[in-house]
Write a protein that binds this ligand. Structure first.
Ligand SMILES: Cc1cc2nc3c(=O)[nH]c(=O)nc-3n(C[C@H](O)[C@H](O)[C@H](O)COP(=O)(O)O)c2cc1C
Length: 241
């Protein structure tokens, strides 16, 4: 085996070892070990800075608009390195496996749907022990209604104060929703509204969801969870949080 020692200043004395390739092998071995050590250190620092969070985005949706918002929130969290999944609130049984919750519902007749409100009320104790964010999907059309009121403020469901207090929610947001007049109405209120000519003005059909606003909010949640987006995480860069 070739002796390992300090590289002599006179290259000629080392010519034999260099010639038989063992010095190159040694150099590449050291380089590989250094690389692995650096990767290990980076992984360790990463794992300490970015604990594996498991976030549930639970939603209640009649016609799919709110489901779409929940899915986009989960995708945005995933892009920030968070293990997030969107599921209907009615299908969630175990909460212990999640570290944080984003819960949303479509607003109908100024209230959250029963599946979402019931989920919060039933699990208020478990939810209050973890970070929780709430959102509602509702207003349709432009920023103000016929009376000039801010649609997002007017659309805040009546049960939000109670629900947000019950789980110490960090934030509640109202997002514009979507309404397809050609869709099959579900329930008495929807059938009634679909027959009323005045409803056409109050509830314009269309998809008014603002995806960049929804993604920005999900980004805030990711940052609140103490994480940064993968784009910000590069070897040699200074972590922002
Ligand atoms: C009968 C009916 C009642 C509604 N009531 C409200 C309401 O009280 N507040 C609101 O902001 N939006 C209301 N909307 C609009 C819906 O909340 C909006 O279309 C929502 O995005 C639908 O979500 P989903 O597709 O997930 O069910 C109503 C829509 C219908 C058809």
């Amino acid at each position: 085996m070739t002796p390992v020692g300090p590289r002599p200043s006179d290259g000629r004395l080392f010519a034999g070892r260099i010639a038989d390739g063992s010095m190159e092998a040694l150099d590449s071995g050291v380089a590989e070990a250094s690389r692995r050590w650096l990767v290990c250190r980076w992984d360790f620092a990463e794992s300490r800075r970015r604990p594996a969070m498991h976030v549930l985005v639970a939603y209640a949706s009649r016609h799919g608009a709110t489901q779409g918002i929940a899915e986009r929130i989960a995708e945005t969290l995933q892009a920030a390195g968070i293990d997030a999944e969107a599921r209907p609130a009615a299908s969630v049984k175990k909460l212990a496996e999640y570290d944080a919750f984003v819960i949303g519902s479509a607003a109908y007749m100024f209230h959250w749907l029963k599946d979402a409100a019931g989920f919060v009320r039933r699990n208020r104790g478990a939810l209050a022990a973890k970070p929780v964010w709430l959102f509602s999907s509702g207003p349709l059309g432009g920023p103000t209604d016929a009376q000039g009121r801010d649609q997002k403020v007017a659309a805040i469901p009546k049960d939000i104060v109670e629900l947000a207090e019950a789980v110490h929610a960090r934030d509640h947001r109202v997002f514009f929703g979507a309404y397809d007049r050609a869709g099959k109405p579900i329930g008495f209120a929807e059938r009634f509204v679909s027959l009323m000519p005045a409803a056409k003005e109050a509830m314009p059909a269309g998809d008014f969801r603002d995806w960049s606003e929804i993604e920005a909010w999900a980004g805030e949640i990711a940052r609140d969870l103490g994480l940064v987006s993968p784009a910000e995480v590069r070897p040699g860069s200074t972590p922002t949080r």
